[in-house]
Design a protein around this ligand. Structure first.
Ligand code: HEC
Length: 204
């Protein structure tokens, strides 16, 4: 759901403002030494400032994508959920997004996604940078500028998007409890990647 489409009811807005006021009070309590922030053991990943900005923008977009997937599922639009996962969160998603922007047909995009998914099966067999270059075909995503370690985690994250796509299509075919369960697990696998990476790294 796009932010601009979100209507915040007045009551909730009041609650938000109250929350902000409380946060302000809490942060001054921290400043006064009433609380110590939790220990932060995350490793720093050093990125060029422009890459860092691009990376964080992509992160914010991924949160939106995830929300859009959940919205689509809630509205029983399973094919839409599958496409958001596969085309916006999958490997080489920038290349796909560029194709979409250039007016590629749905069949062309589906064929490219299929090809990239096939290449994705090689994750782990090939140096991350080499595989990334092959898949993105010159469309430089933030992954190109990441250290190998982070790029590897990123690839595993992008791969988890395909399990969501497959599970969403399974539910579309047969919306029984077992298939919904698979879909939940697939989404949870992805959020576990979000969480795992956030626990381990920060950028500067
Ligand atoms: C490959 C590692 C990795 C994965 C996977 C990952 N993130 Fe992040 N994310 C980061 C790092 C590193 C930061 C920066 C944290 C910092 O510097 O304090 C970040 C920051 C963010 C931010 C803050 C952006 C900003 O403008 O400050 C959001 C929102 C976010 N991630 C959402 C997500 C969501 C949602 C997912 C999963 C769908 C996800 N991320 C998956 C590594 C990752």
């Amino acid at each position: 759901m796009r932010f601009s489409n979100i209507h915040i009811p007045a009551k909730r807005l009041t609650a938000c403002l109250l929350g902000l006021a409380l946060m302000g009070a809490a942060s001054s309590a921290v400043a006064q030494g009433g609380m110590t922030p939790p220990e932060d053991n995350r490793s720093f990943v050093k990125l060029d400032p422009s890459i860092k900005a691009m990376f964080l923008a992509e992160m914010r977009k991924d949160l939106e994508n995830l929300d859009d997937i959940l919205t689509a599922i809630a509205e029983k639009k399973f094919e839409l959920a599958a496409r958001i996962a596969e085309r916006k969160m999958g490997l080489a998603h920038r290349r796909i997004e560029r194709m979409e922007a250039n007016g590629a047909s749905d069949e062309e995009i589906a064929a490219t996604v299929k090809k990239i998914r096939k290449m994705g099966e090689k994750v782990g067999d090939m140096p991350v940078k080499e595989l990334h270059r092959k898949m993105s075909q010159g469309m430089m995503g933030v992954g190109n500028f990441m250290p190998d370690e982070l790029q590897g985690v990123g690839q595993a994250f992008h791969l988890s998007a395909y399990d969501i796509a497959d599970a969403a299509r399974l539910v579309a075919k047969k919306p029984d409890a077992a298939n919904y369960q698979k879909l939940f697990s697939a989404i949870n696998d992805m959020t576990t990647h979000c969480r795992g990476c956030h626990d381990a790294y920060r950028v500067r």
